[in-house]
Design a protein around this ligand. Structure first.
Ligand SMILES: [Zn+2]
Length: 66
């Protein structure tokens, strides 16, 4: 009887090491890691910025980050 690999490591999954996009769940692309596309990256960025602005933190209003 030949040694068989553990059934947990299914041979059907090849090259699926990338985690799914946290926004839509699609496979992430290398160019927009960890998102599937720049669009989803922007969505996450906007959420992050929105949360940041929602936090009443004492920041310098003079900071012109344009
Ligand atoms: Zn996505």
């Amino acid at each position: 009887m030949p040694p068989e690999p553990p059934k947990d490591a299914g041979p059907g999954k090849a090259g699926t090491k990338a985690k799914p996009c946290p926004i839509c769940g699609k496979p992430a692309s290398e160019g927009s890691h960890p998102f599937c596309s720049e669009r989803c990256r922007d969505v996450d960025l906007n959420r992050w910025l929105s949360n940041s602005y929602a936090i009443p933190a004492a920041k310098d209003d003079d900071e012109d980050a344009d």
